[in-house]
Ligand binder design. Structure first.
Ligand code: PLP
Length: 507
């Protein structure tokens, strides 16, 4: 049985009810006494927890009140419970009564792993172990401390208060209309996406969008072309949906459809991040975009365009979405609020070709359910009132500065051969490294120094990936960029020296 939660008197009656369903030859009062005493001793009932009244317990359990009173009186007499006149009966303050975490959990080791399905085991390969989340340099995290929380909370409260009853119900509208309308305006103007509000389906983040796409447009065993290197979230989603992931190399122009490895069935899906390839940072050239659209047409495949952080461009004009180039409506545009606002919001959206709108709405409502309408409405106002574009402008300035700062502190390492990506956009830089040993060494030393260095080779589906480090700077405070950046520069220089010394050793 689950622990009876610490102070919830309401649950005591239910827990005792379950206890009484067990067969026993003991008298009722004795059984109630034993159950309550063992829960107090084990900590399931914590000190200070108020018991329901004897009258209520008797009613809920369908037993005579005397049996309940007998049990409680006995526990009071023994000191397990204490009556407080006018307030009720409480669990006494006793030295035992703490629920201890299992030893392994307390020491951080975690419980032994249960046997997972082969799919579950594969999924873990795409899922980093939790913990060790340092301030520098987690990729993909925005500046959470800069989010206008007071304003946002005001909007949330207002829309929660005004929520019509219909928002409490099951719905299949694809999201709050006002939000879909402003998103549509935004996408048409700033991203050159072709859309009408009806085509927008609000989902709980890009991840849920990928999942829906995989389930609705492909079957187990179908092929999906993936960028190599690429985004682990999409890799995990498509793999867990049973698709065959085919890594297609990314070069300076993005994914190259001419370099698809041979021997695979034609793709059902093609996943790309054309505005800002994740993680390399490359922008897909027009020639490649056209080639990709043609390949999708030839194979009858759907292109999944993940436009996750295109708001953050620094030295370049915004680049129009691939979706807007396509005449044939074979592109599904995926947007997320995780980067522009914050990941815990869990809001994203799909812009669907007309032919997919109705089936996707229905399936989403069946598979994941819609909801969070008040939050959606608050977001709609956040965008319509101009707060969204103001926040984007501020974050763009903030990230531009943070990137420049990171480059400055890494300059001594760059002078000695550390190669950084161009970084005209986005929220992270890539430091390319010469070999895997160096990558592993830096990642390990980083972990010990409280610096998260994400190994680039981990973004590849097929080993060996190109070694490097993905350095997220957007969500890292300036002082932390200085500390961790200096540490990285010094560690790099020390490693370069060590290696030079090792190769110069005579003999
Ligand atoms: C390439 C890419 N796409 C999408 C996302 C956003 O995913 P979600 O909306 O599920 O938070 C991320 C976040 O890390 C990302 O890096």
């Amino acid at each position: 049985m689950e622990p009876v939660a610490a102070v919830h008197a309401d649950w005591v009656g239910e827990a005792l009810g379950i206890e009484l369903t067990r067969t026993s030859s003991l008298p009722l009062a004795r059984r109630l006494y034993r159950a309550l005493r063992s829960w107090v001793q084990s900590g399931r009932l914590a000190s200070g927890c108020r018991l329901p009244s004897s009258r209520r317990l008797a009613r809920e359990l369908g037993v005579g009140r005397n049996s309940v009173l007998d049990a409680i009186d006995q526990l009071v007499a023994e000191g397990f419970l204490e009556p407080r006149p006018g307030a009720g009966t409480f669990v006494a303050d006793l030295p035992f009564g703490r629920i201890e975490a299992p030893a392994e959990e307390a020491s951080g080791g975690g419980a032994p792993r249960a046997a997972l399905s082969p799919r579950g085991e594969r999924l873990l390969r795409f899922s980093a172990a939790s913990g060790g989340h340092h301030e520098a340099f987690p990729p993909g995290v925005p500046a959470l401390d800069r989010f206008p929380r007071e304003l946002w909370e005001r909007l949330l409260r207002r829309h929660q208060r005004r929520a019509p009853d219909a928002w409490l119900d099951y719905r299949t509208q694809g999201g709050v209309t006002a939000l879909r309308e402003v998103l549509c305006d935004y996408l048409r103007l700033s991203r050159s996406v072709r859309c009408r509000p009806e085509q927008v389906l609000v989902v709980q983040g890009a991840q849920q969008g990928f999942e829906l796409i995989a389930r609705m447009l492909a079957d187990a065993g179908d092929t999906v072309w993936m960028e190599e290197p690429g985004y682990g979230g999409a890799q995990a989603c498509f793999d867990a949906s049973g698709l065959a992931l085919v890594p297609v190399p990314v070069d300076g122009e993005g994914l190259d459809p001419a370099r698809v490895p041979s021997g695979h069935a034609a793709p059902r899906l093609i996943y790309v991040t054309p505005s800002h390839q994740y993680p390399s940072g490359v922008t897909m050239s027009l020639a490649r975009r056209l080639a990709l659209l043609e390949a999708a047409e030839t194979h009858g495949a759907w292109i999944v365009e993940d436009d996750y952080d295109s708001e953050f461009r620094y030295d370049q004009r915004p680049i129009a979405a691939l979706q807007g180039l396509s005449e044939s409506a074979r592109v599904i545009y995926v947007g997320t609020l995780s980067k522009v606002l914050y990941p815990g919001l869990r809001l994203g959206y799909l812009v669907l070709p007309e032919s997919l709108v109705e089936p996707f709405r229905r399936a989403n409502a069946r598979l994941h359910r819609e909801g969070q309408y008040a939050v959606q409405a608050a977001l709609g106002e956040f965008i319509a009132a101009g707060h969204f574009s103001r926040h984007v402008r501020r974050m763009r300035d903030c990230y531009r500065r943070r990137q420049a700062l990171l480059r400055r502190v890494l300059a001594p390492a760059v002078a000695r051969g550390l190669e950084l990506s161009q970084g005209q956009a986005g929220m992270h830089l890539v430091a390319w490294l010469g070999d895997r040993a160096l990558e592993a060494e830096l990642v390990a030393r980083g972990a010990a120094a409280g610096v998260t260095l994400s190994p680039l080779s981990g973004f590849y589906l097929e080993a060996p990936g190109r070694p490097g480090l993905v350095l997220g700077y957007a969500g890292t405070r300036d002082d932390e960029i200085r500390r961790a950046g200096r540490w990285l520069a010094e560690t790099w220089l020390a490693l370069v020296e060590e290696r030079a010394a090792a190769t110069n050793v005579p003999g």
